[in-house]
Design a protein around this ligand. Structure first.
Ligand code: MN
Length: 500
């Protein structure tokens, strides 16, 4: 799932009026800006300088090419000189890639003592970018605006956030979600409009029979499963009863067969997210637990009970998660109201990603108490303390809404010796009572994506690119303010009324 081959095109606007010598300097200096801005980039994407565009036709050709390119995930635009904005209209009509407008200069400081009319002729971004931004606003082109010198760490961080968001957006555009079974019966928030999801996010939500998986599991050989079990024993703390030669080794072997079968179906179909539903397991003998956890650790999106929206968001957020960071499917499960700071205990039946773990996971087997199948194997661990967020994607009927809550993941107050599932404990901002009230007022789901790495800014950039509402719950949230925001936002979206 490496994305290092992706590009953000850096486009510099000008016009022929200036003559060859000035345009040569525009080209050189814009290449220097690309070098400077690239030096602060952590996202696995290359900023690629493109020849200066100077006419309506050149601009349109470039933006059409950016739109058509599979490797181009976004564009950065800068008007070093004046580039009359009527020249941009035709191209902007064709552009379908995320845009960042970088409002910068070739020089950080004014050369007060030496500044002359040649300098003034070349360094015009202060008004050139304003002319350009006028047409962006008039045409309602969604974009991020970053202002400042390209070596400024704040500027570099803002560009980097955007770059991560373009990777998430590119992931979303090509995302295929495999659903083994439908949504859990009667559940509202996990359902939604799959056609609207494809129109809005590009993602394709596809149904596969669970017996496709069950049949594939049967076809996996014992020896292939044994090889994978050896890897489990090397990488995790496997319970003695599940180890090779142990009483319940066959259950681990069956879990390995699920992983091998699932992985091959997902790879063959080009799926990078999937769902299961414990109500519809066909002839599968166990609810997939360990297999799901291992696949999530490799970057696959997942959610339980047919929840394709959360599965998709797990995949998208994982694409925006730097290596070493953690992102998982999660569910608000139960509360600690006190004593001490109120906390949420998050878990799922089995399926939490070990990328958020602070320890070497153990592999264990225990009864599930739901679904009527054999005891499933699963990894057990506790999420490592860090700052993070939980977020969800909801279908509000006429549009989608992303809700994000900043959280502090903490050590559990006490050991949890009788809880045989992976879990995380957190304190939501600004407090559990306000967070939960705000989340429920916004209609957020019980299923979430938990990440300890993706920044608020990247999430904001992603939502802007998608033209989807983002409700943020953080340390500044108040109940009164949030209610007003939801009312205004609802009115706004009714006025905009994008058809999905
Ligand atoms: Mn659930």
């Amino acid at each position: 799932m490496a994305m290092a081959t992706k590009e953000i095109w850096f486009l510099t606007g000008s016009q022929n009026l200036y003559g060859e010598e000035t345009l040569r300097q525009v080209a050189e200096q814009s290449q220097k800006v690309v070098e400077q801005i690239s030096s602060g980039l952590a996202a696995p994407v290359a900023i690629v300088w493109k020849p200066v565009v100077k006419t309506t036709d050149e601009i349109k050709s470039m933006l059409v090419a950016a739109t058509a390119s599979d490797s181009c995930v976004g564009v950065i635009t800068w008007m070093h000189t004046f580039s009359p904005a009527k020249m941009w209209i035709n191209g902007l009509e064709a552009l379908k890639k995320p845009m960042l407008h970088l409002h910068t200069q070739a020089g950080q400081s004014l050369p007060w003592a030496t500044i002359d009319m040649d300098f003034m002729n070349l360094n015009q971004a202060a008004h050139g970018d304003r002319e350009y931004a006028h047409i962006l606003s008039r045409m309602d082109v969604a974009r991020k605006v970053v202002v400042g010198f390209p070596t400024d760490p704040r500027v570099q961080r803002e560009v980097d956030s955007f770059a991560w968001a373009t990777i998430g957006w590119d992931k979303s555009q090509h995302l295929k979600v495999a659903r083994f079974g439908d949504n859990m019966r009667f559940v509202a928030v996990t359902d939604g409009d799959k056609v609207a999801a494809q129109i809005t996010f590009g993602m394709s939500i596809e149904q596969l029979s669970v017996n496709t998986l069950a049949d594939a599991v049967l076809a996996v050989s014992d020896s292939d499963a044994d090889d994978l079990c050896e890897i489990y024993e090397a990488e995790y703390q496997v319970a003695p009863e599940l180890c090779s030669g142990g009483d319940r080794y066959e259950s681990l072997q069956y879990g390995a067969k699920i992983e091998i079968a699932l992985r091959s179906i997902l790879e063959a179909g080009g799926y990078s997210a999937f769902t299961s539903n414990f109500e519809d397991l066909g002839t599968l003998r166990q609810l997939p637990g360990l297999a799901v956890q291992r696949l999530m650790a490799d970057g696959y999106g997942f959610a339980g009970e047919g929840d394709w929206k959360t599965a998709a968001m797990v995949a998208i957020v994982k694409a925006m998660t730097p290596s070493g960071g953690g992102t998982s499917f999660m569910e608000d499960y139960t509360y600690h109201f006190g004593p001490g700071t109120p906390k949420v205990l998050g878990a799922h039946m089995l399926e939490v990603c070990p990328s958020i773990s602070g320890e070497k996971p153990s592999i264990e087997i225990h009864p599930l108490g739901i679904g009527g199948k054999e005891d499933p194997v699963r990894m057990v661990f506790t999420g490592k303390p860090s700052q993070g967020r939980v977020l969800c994607l909801t279908d509000m009927g006429s549009r989608f809404r992303i809700i994000s809550n900043e959280i502090q993941i903490v050590e559990p107050t006490e050991d949890l010796p009788n809880l045989p599932v992976a879990r995380a404990v957190w304190e939501p901002e600004p407090s559990l009572p306000i967070s939960a009230e705000a989340w429920m007022l916004a209609g957020g789901s019980h299923h979430t994506v938990l990440t300890n790495s993706v920044s608020q800014e990247t999430l904001e950039d992603f939502a802007r690119i998608a033209s989807v509402e983002l409700v943020e719950i953080n340390s500044t949230t108040t109940s009164k303010g949030l209610r007003k925001e939801l009312q205004w936002s609802s009115a706004y979206h009714r006025l905009v009324n994008r058809s999905v």
